[in-house]
Write a new protein. Sequence first.
Length: 670
Amino acid sequence: MKNPTILILILIITFVCSLPLKSDPINQFINTVSPPMNANSVIKSSDIVITFVQLMNGSTMTDANIKVFGYQTGLMTASLDYNSVSNTLTINPVKNFKNGEKVSITLTSGLKTISNESITPFVYSFRAKALGGTGNFTKTSEIISTVEYIRSGDIDSDGDIDLLINEKVYKNDGSANFSYYSSIPISGYTLLADFDNDGDLDILVTVNNVNYFFRNNGLGDFTQTSTFPGGLHSFGDLDGNGFFDVTYFSPQSAKEINIAKNILGNFSLDTTYNVDFNLPCNPHPDFDKRILIDDMTNNGILDLVLINGNAGGGILIGYDFCQIYSLLKNNGSGKFLPELLFTHNENGLPYWVTNIGDPQLFDKNNDGLIDIVSPGLIIENNGNGLFTIAGMLNAFSTTIDGDFNGDTKIDLLAQIFGVSPLLTHLNDGSGNFLEYFIGSNSFYNKGNSVADFDNDGDLDVVIEINSTKVAILLNGDSPLPVELSSFTSSINQNSVKLNWTTSQEQNNSGFEIQRADKFSEGQEVWKKIDFINGSGNSNTQNNYSYEDKNLASGKYRYRLKQIDFNGNFEYHELSNEVVIGIPVSTELMQNYPNPFNPVTNILYRLSENSYVTLKVFDNSGREVRTLVNEHKEAGYYKAVFDGSGLASGIYFYKLSAGDFLQTKKLSLVK
């Protein structure tokens, strides 16, 4: 006989190992978020779901305390649904995200637990998915304009990404054809974002240490409403109050950072930080320097990354180069503690080292952590505030980050010396940027902006050719595995028929049909209802259909999950919401299946609110089951009768609803 102690130990270990793994909460209030923090490939129609650690006060779930910002579109209107059973908040933006757009969510301290405790302000972001592309770019047009700074966003709120080139606004017709619209009266360094939280993009411009705020009327017409002292460099919700703050270098020093806090477009200087670690490398004001903003510790609080340095020397002795990487950790209220991360020094280099610059922050290896990708060094975030050098990057003067081939990995476009062809470096998914290819043969300068300018799903580039004009570069088309040419629905009483057509298919295993009852439990939950096989590879039109029968009254959404044979998938969502209304008459339907063993379904319809009873009787008239005995709203219903424990034979079921009374027969066969 085996040792019983060992058997018990084995059973305990087996039980523990079978328990589902649960990740640690993000903080004491937030358990999980969906989409995940720093995700790079979020479907543009996705909802945002926040799961809380503690039971929350649902009355505080308001748009005053919950903000969703699109960096290309501004503050987004969204419906908010809190489910106290699952302790989740579902945020459903009214409009879709733009392809490739960065989206930021702020939960302010106005959110409270059921015990009336305010949460710690929480800010997190992700990127909407870019579709297709090759990283090869074609110049389609030019804009003649004085060029120093290029910004992009939906300035006139029409769904297309427009341009702000210095002080001039150029509107997009939706196909990346831009026309001059208007100008603001001041030219300088600009930021374009929704600073007053009214749902459109405003302009901040700085000249001679004075900042000017221009408010957008929603149509792309701007009015100056205020000024405040200081400069501009980057923006983000640093204190978690639901407004974008700004940070900038002091004009006197490349080691001094200032922060101006924002409420409704009104800015005031908050704090100045001196980031000086007494290093031999003394940062020079003229050297390319950056203040970058992101959550470097994945705690829902935005930090600052400062990259500055110096370069000097001469042709005869060579040029020296140093970079200083500093992290300024946020304490949660917009106050920062500087710490030195790394220094990078090289000597005896050619003259081009004086042009090195333009670092970026993004998740280079899809591990959910924001890394530092800088000309010179790649610094990998290991979590828990730890960073390591993960490789070298060529000494570029300009970099542009984005998923330029639609594979959910963030790539780099780069230029050398400030004027060079556009070089495409594709990311292999592990953060290795593969050997570049020339993405465009033309030569460009430093100013640039990236977005889906022609509305075809992939990321395009607008870039400075010289100081007097910019080029519109459209990304090469990469055909999707399946091209859906239509996806529609029709309603017949309480059944929905879905029809969709593909114009071509590559490697298509089929379509998983998913349905969401948007209002059943206060949140949208997608459920698989069936799977339809695809046509594999086809260059001809293929028509598909599916009927979703016997639905209850209510509102539904549908989507197709197209799945390749290799497991890759893409969602196609039905553009309209399907509404199953109220039947015109009360009716009891024949059960199905019939005969049955041991379970059958009984459908009935109510044309008006009624007290309903649905009972089952045996052949002698004795009641054997009560299936329904309650007040019901008008609509379509299904009851399930389980005949387990009953003998085979003929039974009768009777529906009573107000003045309506009807009996039908069913047959149990075992």
